[in-house]
Design a protein around this ligand. Structure first.
Ligand SMILES: [Zn+2]
Length: 165
């Protein structure tokens, strides 16, 4: 093994020294240049801009669950189908589904499962899933009172008016 600083053959134990930010294996003479030591067992420090972060914050499953059907998926399917000059019959044959399934989908009377959604997306070259947006209004509060803030305000106003009369 050779010293990475002076290039001389290292006799005895090599010194692992951090010199100017780099990890070098150096001889005893050059060991004095180091600002610190490093261990070969230590994983290399990740620099900023590393293309592969060590851990993804969201797993594949979570990412999929965060998606939901777009609001006008029925119209999207119908428009895309018409763009391809396919009638319901042709299209249903193309995706190997029943005509009634396609009709229900376009009327939004049927919630397609993930498999069907993917099939439709691929066949029609459309996007039917979007990232679900968390609702600003907490559901629990609305459910417990059974009325919205607007209703409560309206009611209190009505009560005030009643008091005057
Ligand atoms: Zn050296």
């Amino acid at each position: 093994m050779r010293c990475e600083v002076c290039g001389d053959e290292i006799r005895g134990q090599p010194h692992r020294k951090v010199i100017e930010g780099g990890r070098l294996t150096v001889c005893g003479r050059c060991a004095g240049f180091g600002s610190g030591e490093w261990s070969p067992n230590m994983p290399p420090r990740r620099t900023r801009g590393d293309p592969s972060p060590p851990r993804r914050p969201r797993s594949e499953v979570e990412a999929t669950e965060g998606l939901e059907l777009i609001e006008d998926y029925g119209a999207t399917i119908r428009k895309a189908r018409q763009k391809m000059r396919l009638n319901v019959e042709d299209f249903s044959r193309m995706i190997k589904e029943k005509e009634s399934v396609v009709k229900k989908l376009e009327q939004e009377n049927l919630n397609p499962d993930r498999k069907l959604i993917r099939k439709l997306e691929n066949a029609l070259n459309v996007i039917l899933l979007e990232a679900s947006t968390p609702t600003a209004v907490p559901v629990s509060r609305k459910a417990s009172s059974g009325r919205t803030l607007g209703d409560i305000l309206k009611q209190s106003q009505t009560e005030e008016e009643d008091d005057e009369g």
